[in-house]
Structures are given as C-alpha cells and as structure tokens.
Design a protein around this ligand. Sequence first.
Ligand SMILES: NC(=O)c1ccc[n+]([C@@H]2O[C@H](COP(=O)([O-])OP(=O)(O)OC[C@H]3O[C@@H](n4cnc5c(N)ncnc54)[C@H](OP(=O)(O)O)[C@@H]3O)[C@@H](O)[C@H]2O)c1
Length: 218
Amino acid sequence: MKVFIAGIAGGVGSRLARLLTASGDRVDGLYRRPEQGERLATEGIHATHGDLTRLDAPALANLLHGTDVLVFAAGAGGEGGTAATTAIDGTGLTTAIEAARRAGIQRLLLVSVFPEAWRGREVSDTFEHYIDVKKKADAELAATDLDWVILRPAALTDDVGTGHISLSPALVPTQVARDDVAATLAELVRTPQIRRRILELTQGPEPISDAVRRQTRN
Ligand SMILES: NC(=O)c1ccc[n+]([C@@H]2O[C@H](COP(=O)([O-])OP(=O)(O)OC[C@H]3O[C@@H](n4cnc5c(N)ncnc54)[C@H](OP(=O)(O)O)[C@@H]3O)[C@@H](O)[C@H]2O)c1
C-alpha cells in the first residue's frame, strides 16, 4: 500500500507516517521546510518538498503517481490569518481532489474538525473563518464520487495516545491525542470498506481497531 500524506511533517501527519512506515506501507507526502525533510529522513520516512499553495492539480498529480490512498492532514493551523486558511484548508483540498482524480486515486481521507467545536464560547473571527472553510471543504469532498472518509477529531492534544477512542457519526466534542488520531487514520487506511462516511473522533473507551471495525457494520 502506498499512502501520500499532505501535511506529512505536521503533528498528525508525522505520527501517521511513522505508524505506516513501521507497518511496512510505502509513504510519501508534502512538507514545506527543508529541515522537516531531514528530520523525516532520519526516521526512515520518505517525503517530498513542496508547498500545497504553489502546486496546481497536474503538478500534485505527478507527485501522487502510484498512490493508493491520499490523506489530507495539512492545515494552516492559525498561521497566516484567514487567507492562509482559505488557501490551505480550502483551496488546498480542492487541488488535492482534482489531483486525486487525475492520478486515478479513488480513496481520500480528510482530517477535518467538529463543525460545532467551541459552540457557546466567544470565538475569534479567525476561528469562525476556519470552521467555515473546513465545513465547506467537507461538503466539497462529500459531493465527489471518490471513496472519501471525513474524520473529525475533537481538540488535539500531544498527550501519549491511549489506543482507545470513541468513533461515531455524531459525538460531543471533547479532546483526543494526536497519537490516537494517527492510529485511527492508519486503521482507516487499511479498511477500504469504510467509504463515503463522516466520522467524529474523541478520546473514549473502545480499542481503536474495534471502533473502526464496528463502523464497517454500520
Ligand atoms: N488543533 C486542533 O485542536 C484540531 C482539532 C481538530 C482538527 N484539527 C485539524 O487537524 C489538522 C492536523 O492537525 P495537526 O496538529 O497535525 O496540525 P499541524 O501540526 O499544524 O500540521 C499541519 C501541517 O500542514 C502543513 N502545511 C501547512 N501549509 C502547507 C502548505 N502550503 N503546503 C504543504 N504543507 C502545508 C504544515 O506545515 P508547517 O509544518 O510547515 O507549518 C503542517 O506540517 C489541522 O490542520 C486541523 O485542520 C485540528
């Protein structure tokens, strides 16, 4: 299996790359800063230097050659204001969808967010914009004929993963460790029966493999 991770140097992306590499999958992905490529290489992870906002769909499709599953874990992360969020979390996904089509990739996993995260709290215009862009990106992907999965994690933490989660079409947002998000994505990569589904993810009581397997029966 070859998996391409947009955002491979990020908190979730790098953890996913490590898990997949350790289990013998071939991994590639986009990183922006040269030192990130060096760090990934020391971990035995192959990745490609590139900026999602500077690649058009044909150029990205060229990088995706031989990919079985595309994971979109890139995001502006609040840096660069609303324009960066639109360019990466929004237009970046549009480019990835078109590139997947051109490269003949059927399966695309998107790391999204709970649309109602922080409901009831005072949030900044920047955060509202982020949620708006993410929701529109979900809608755009859901309207395609790809075998997409939209994974919506709750607030991310750098706590050590527990290996236990809640995974369901609708959950109350709490939090979840990036380790557990990556492990859930790795399990979804290996579970092609789960397709065209939106799944919310929080910390929880169920072993990750059981939680994912249960979704194949729903
Ligand atoms: N933070 C939360 O609580 C939360 C909750 C739910 C969902 N999410 C979603 O989960 C996603 C993954 O989270 P995370 O913690 O892994 O985020 P992260 O560490 O910020 O990783 C995102 C990666 O995307 C990369 N990226 C940004 N712009 C790019 C571009 N133009 N070209 C190529 N790569 C680019 C970043 O590169 P650099 O390293 O160069 O910046 C970074 O490595 C987020 O993007 C967010 O949408 C977050």
